[in-house]
Write a new protein. Structure first.
Length: 286
């Protein structure tokens, strides 16, 4: 993916691009960056992939100082970026906070498609590890980077089902925090989170009439019951990945890429046929 940046309004925004075709926007969460999609993007074709960086995350950590980093605010920033790039009716794919952002945008702007994977929704968040981070904010804010990295290592170990990928992912995302006062950056991100942002738009999800899918690692901290609720509200199939944890884009990029590609094909060639669902065990368990 090629890095891109542009000043949009008063904010320097960053994203990565790959390929050509209909725009497909990838949205990450906490404590990650567009690198979350590094193993997914190479398997996608027929679309212009744009992996957008949340303000205050990744290479934009400094840009986020003094700004509203809530999910609702991130949705506003994303909409201004989409307008600046003239992205009409993109497909949105969101993980974690990115899924909450995608839900808000879907209630406000016509989309071509929507895929949510182990994301915040309704009152399902913040997850326990983020609640702990918030509770320890005064200490974490002043902690040396070595200690903060150790804390992130524990978080990644708990939320990945592939230990090797957990270690690789920590290094991929830590590099941005390492250039900053990492604890202060994490605290800014965590304290901005408020599940009222997704609860506020929850009644509007049933009015989102686009091809959609919900992919969910069943071992993640948010119950698959939330995935099924999203599926009912969006009229979307739910693809459970038995044995998969929270970081599906990193642990199971092949499965996720296949579901994204299936959604792309559904968008490009609409069909009355109900999209394929995985077996109850899910490909991740094989």
């Amino acid at each position: 993916m090629e890095p891109r940046s542009a000043r949009i309004g008063d904010i320097q925004m960053r994203w990565y691009e790959y390929g050509v075709g209909r725009p497909l926007v990838l949205l990450h969460g906490i404590p990650t960056s567009p690198r979350l999609w590094r193993h997914v993007v190479p398997a996608l074709s027929g679309v212009r992939v744009l992996a957008w960086e949340l303000i205050g995350y990744g290479g934009s950590i400094r840009e986020g100082r003094g700004l509203d980093l809530s999910v609702a605010a991130q949705a506003r920033y994303l909409l201004s970026w989409m307008d600046a790039l003239a992205l009409e009716r993109p497909i949105l794919v969101g993980h974690d906070l990115g899924g909450g952002i995608a839900q808000i945008v879907a209630t406000q702007r016509p989309l071509a498609g929507l895929l949510l994977v182990n994301c915040v929704a309704y009152d399902s968040w913040p997850i326990p590890s983020v609640k702990l981070l918030r509770a320890m904010a005064p200490l974490v804010r002043r902690a040396p980077n070595a200690l903060v990295k150790w804390m992130m290592r524990l978080m990644f170990a708990r939320l990945h089902d592939d230990p090797k990928r957990a270690r690789e992912s920590l290094e991929a995302h830590w590099s941005d925090y390492a250039r900053e006062k990492a604890g202060a950056a994490l605290v800014r991100q965590a304290l901005a989170l408020d599940n009222r942002d997704t609860q506020r738009i929850a009644p509007e999800l049933r009015n989102v009439k686009v091809p959609a899918r919900v992919v969910w690692g069943t071992r993640g901290p948010q119950s698959i019951a939330y995935a099924h609720r999203l599926g009912r509200d969006l009229g979307a199939p739910v693809i459970p990945l038995r044995g998969a944890h929270h970081f599906v884009p990193e642990d199971h990029p092949d499965v996720l890429a296949r579901e994204i590609q299936a959604l792309i094909e559904q968008v490009e060639r609409p069909s009355p046929v109900v999209p394929r669902m995985l077996s109850p065990e899910g490909d991740a368990a094989r």
